[in-house]
Design a protein around this ligand. Structure first.
Ligand code: UD1
Length: 417
């Protein structure tokens, strides 16, 4: 597995374009199944998780090929409705295929995506919603056999605004007869991107971004062309990198309104962050200040996916910052690695207290998960000496090439095979 070598101390300078959003493109790839046609996805990020989705599509008999950063998918000749277990295990969000296959074929067979490095990853809300729409789902030995026959739209109420469950039920709702209303739906911007994609292909979905999403089922979908929204978590990562390393960067083709809770805290920490036409500018002059408590919450709250990178940026901040992780049980695994670099962080349950230190020192560290891995890179940029980040395959699940991007901004950072 490749490693990333970082020599800390360089200020960042320059501009780069931000990749398309992983969390938008994954449900969109599942949604291509509903179109039964040819789809052109522009600005599709080349990520391990996207490749895993492509393998699932191919296993179902669909075609997919790359032209630059455009992914061409043809789901006309879907031949199967079973996703092999080894493909389900490659990506945690593979459960999203359930609603899409069920809506297209009336049946689906796949295994549980399993737990993940962030803790348990249940899909009970997905399954309960699908059952309410009329799907018969049987679980034997971790294999889910689903027969939909005829799905019927109805009012569904989620007990938690789960992103994946909202998306899965939107897809299933497209294949149901009548109207499906998902209440207490997740409001993440990626839900809006899925809605826009579906509507571009002939669906009638409305309400994304609010807590009630309405799907008028039974529309005949067709192929289409769509540009994936910018990745707000990659944007947050690079802003935190600039905040930590100092300097001035411009991130092109990304949207500040998708991450205003993150930029508000970076401003509190002492950075100048401004939304400009076509992107976001960030200026960081010196040591940051601690910020008020950071509590992760469903959108529009502070994103759990940005918790680790903001923590990394504040390791040398003046004062103490409290983090409270409210979405996933096991999301402080990067803390022990950051401690190897001299960070002062105390964890108790869902709370982590970061006391800013004068200096960090480079060290060999190991990625524990996707965003935790990105956080190690952010820490390495501000550490004295060399940091060698191991197990970078985790980072490649969500960043096209973090070393290329931060390297283009002036970081001394390169991949070592
Ligand atoms: C998505 C994102 C992930 C992000 C997360 C929260 C994708 C591909 N991934 O994950 O990057 O960190 O949203 O913003 O979009 N839950 C249940 N039962 C369920 C479903 C979820 O208990 O059936 C719980 C989860 O364990 C978690 C919480 O609900 O504690 C939120 O999870 P959810 O919003 O579903 O996250 P994902 O869609 O898995």
């Amino acid at each position: 597995m490749s490693k990333i070598q970082i020599r800390g101390g360089n200020a960042l300078q320059g501009e780069i374009r931000v990749q398309g959003a992983k969390n938008a493109v994954l449900p969109i790839l599942a949604a291509t199944i509903l179109t039964g046609g040819q789809v052109e996805l522009f600005r599709c990020p080349r990520l391990k998780d996207v490749e895993a989705s492509v393998r699932i599509l191919r296993a179902l008999g669909c075609e997919a090929r790359w032209e630059g950063d455009t992914l061409l998918v043809d789901t006309t000749h879907l031949t199967g409705c079973t996703v092999p277990d080894e493909l389900m295990r490659q990506m945690r969000s593979s459960a999203i295929f359930l609603g899409a296959i069920l809506a297209r074929c009336g049946e689906a067979e796949l295994s549980y995506p399993g737990g993940c490095e962030l803790g348990p990853r249940p899909i009970d809300l997905h399954l309960a919603g699908l059952r309410e729409l009329g799907a018969d789902i049987r679980d034997s030995g971790g294999i889910l056999r689903c027969t939909g026959g005829h799905l019927e739209g109805r009012r569904l109420i989620l007990s938690i605004p789960s992103v994946g469950a909202t998306e899965n039920l939107m897809l299933a709702g497209c294949g149901a007869s009548g109207v499906t209303v998902i209440e207490n739906a997740a409001r993440e911007p990626e839900i809006g991107d899925l809605q826009n994609f579906l509507n571009a292909c002939g669906a009638k979905v409305s309400g994304a971004g609010s807590s009630a999403v309405t799907v008028e089922g039974g529309c005949k979908l067709h192929g289409g062309a769509y540009t994936v929204m910018p990745d707000r978590i990659v944007t947050a990562t690079y802003l935190c990198a600039c905040a930590a390393a100092t300097g001035e960067i411009f991130l092109r083709e990304t949207r500040e309104e998708h991450l205003s809770t993150v930029t508000a805290l970076l401003r509190r920490a002492g950075c100048t962050v401004s939304a400009e036409s076509g992107g976001i500018r960030c200026l960081s002059r010196g040591r940051l200040s601690a910020v008020p408590p950071v509590r992760t919450a469903p959108y529009p709250g502070f994103p759990t996916d940005a918790q680790a990178v903001l923590m990394a940026a504040l390791l040398r901040g003046r004062g103490t910052t409290v983090f409270e992780e409210n979405i996933f049980a096991n999301r402080y695994r990067h803390v022990d690695e950051l401690a190897r670099m001299g960070a002062d962080i105390r964890v108790a349950g869902r709370v982590a207290v970061v006391s800013g230190v004068e200096r960090l020192t480079g060290a060999p560290v190991r990625c524990t998960d996707l965003r935790g891995g990105a956080a190690l890179c952010v820490a390495g940029l501000q550490a004295e000496g060399e940091t060698l980040v191991d197990q970078t395959g985790h980072i490649d699940r969500g960043y096209e090439d973090i070393a290329r991007d931060l390297g283009a901004l002036g970081a001394d950072m390169e991949r070592r095979e």
